[in-house]
Write a protein that binds this ligand. Structure first.
Ligand code: 13P
Length: 287
């Protein structure tokens, strides 16, 4: 059964660790992440961007696949199925499709409109036991064609959104999606501490988990980050392992062309990086 992410993230705040959100693209991705969470007794959040949802033919397909996989694999750790950077329309589609958690990214709207739409979605989600993540201050980099400038969120705006009853909040602190440029200034911990002082125990979300050095991750967790999103890093691990398999000519040997063999190294590579992140975030054994 899928669960909302509220309880697992509130526990993470009090236990001073973070739960990973790992984005999924297909069956292999989902299976690798679920298996790793179970093996490490860790709660987990499966993130689905609108683009990935479309790729998998729609949110209903994703929801049916994930729910069935949790059952067929005998997964007992808490699993939340979460819309990542959802539009207003996408949020409603996922609520209907059976997602257990929604991110409504209203960061590109004027703050008044972000507030109005977030408030409405908090009510709709909570009536159905679904958790809601909101965003203030756009995350830099590119994700599914949405390009953010990597702003640092205004702590006062964070407080305004937090007061709407959202379950967790993504506040931009100089983080970006994808690889970090060589001249990246690092996370803005002052902004994070200011936001934390205003929102209290509300779990904070760190997007753009790929490539943030381990010491910065630990410091962010100590300052109230309880959910960390990782996407690109799994893609890079998958790519590298798959490239190696082909370059070594393994697809040309015997039944090496069988997709179940061809995709196996990438599958194993995702398991390696997900386990590493769960250890760094401190969620191992916390299911
Ligand atoms: P990365 O692709 O940089 O890991 O970011 C993932 C993310 O924040 C998804 O919302």
């Amino acid at each position: 059964m899928l669960v909302s992410a509220t309880e697992m993230l509130n526990k993470a705040v009090s236990g001073k660790y973070a739960v990973g959100q790992f984005n999924i693209n297909n069956l292999e991705w989902t299976k690798a992440i679920l298996a790793t969470a179970q093996e490490n007794n860790s709660p987990v959040i499966l993130g689905v961007s609108e683009g990935a949802g479309k790729y998998m033919t729609g949110f209903k397909t994703v929801s049916a696949m994930v729910s069935a996989m949790v059952e067929e694999m005998g997964i007992t750790v808490p699993v939340a199925l979460h819309l990542d950077h959802g539009t207003y329309e996408g949020a409603y589609k996922c609520i209907e499709a059976g997602f257990s958690s929604i991110m409504f990214d209203g960061s590109h709207y004027p703050i008044e409109e972000n507030i109005a739409k977030t408030k409405e979605l908090v009510k709709v989600c909570h009536e159905k036991g679904i958790s809601l993540e909101a965003e203030v201050g756009s995350i830099g980099g590119e994700e599914d064609g949405i390009i953010g400038a990597g702003e640092v969120a205004d702590p006062k705006e964070c407080k305004m959104i937090a007061d709407l009853g959202v379950d967790f909040l993504a506040a931009g602190i100089g983080n970006i999606h994808g690889k970090y440029p060589a001249n990246w200034k690092g996370l803005d911990f002052d902004a994070l501490a200011n936001t934390k002082s205003l929102v209290g125990d509300l779990p904070l979300v760190l997007h753009g988990g790929t490539g943030i050095p381990a010491d910065m991750i630990r410091k962010a967790i100590s300052l109230g980050v309880a959910k960390i999103n990782v996407n690109t890093e799994c893609q890079l691990y998958f790519q590298e392992a798959t490239r190696k398999y082909i370059e070594e000519g393994k697809d040309l040997v015997g039944k090496g062309f069988d997709p179940r063999k061809l995709l196996a190294p990438g599958f194993e590579a995702i398991k390696v990086i997900v386990k590493e992140k769960m250890e760094l975030f401190g969620s191992v054994g916390k299911a």
